[in-house]
Design a protein around this ligand. Sequence first.
Ligand SMILES: [Zn+2]
Length: 235
Amino acid sequence: MRLLRKIIKRFTKPRCNVCGGQKFGLGPGERLSATGKRPRCKRCQSLERHRAFRRIFLELGPKRLRSLRCLQFSPDRTVDRRWFDSYEVSIFGTTSSLDLQRIDRPDHSYDVVVCNHVLEHVPDYRAALRELNRILSARGFLFLSFPDPSRAERTIDWGYPDPSRHNHYRHFGRDVEEVFRQEMPDCQVVAITTIDAATGTRDLAYVVTRSSDWLRCFGRLKLDARVCEQPAPAG
Ligand SMILES: [Zn+2]
């Protein structure tokens, strides 16, 4: 009986989708998740958003990424470097660090660019968006996220890294989708609402692409994926 209970517990307890771990601890600053659960996987250290975003890639199927060149800004557990043909990471404050506003790489040199929770730390995020689009190949996509913009209508930019707000320059609102259209007019954008199964926490990420294949793939995921509206034709 005890064994049976142990087995049931093992199969019903929340599991980390990065490492399979089932033990969770408090998050940064001793916090709980928005759903009142312990957010940090004790084995791989992933947090809610890492697992929520990883879920998107797992639903997509990492096999699709095998021939692609990936660049990630600031490492996190969203992707696994082994999924890609090549993988490069930019880490702030090290020799690998790239300036998002002026990325020292040729045009179209990556197929997958992952940029999670970085844009709110960048003074000129419009320049960063143009640069991300410039280094992105036509057969690829940009995976982009920042603290959930669906909670506010408008972006509030206070213009400096505020230490009382995690050194962010701004909080993005839903109007960021308009900025995508302005700064990356040749791209299409899919907004994907995802959920971390371990804590039940929702989050939002954007996929930006010039490829109709990727647009279709992400639009078809068994997640809440919405293609952002295209601008009205000029004239
Ligand atoms: Zn884990």
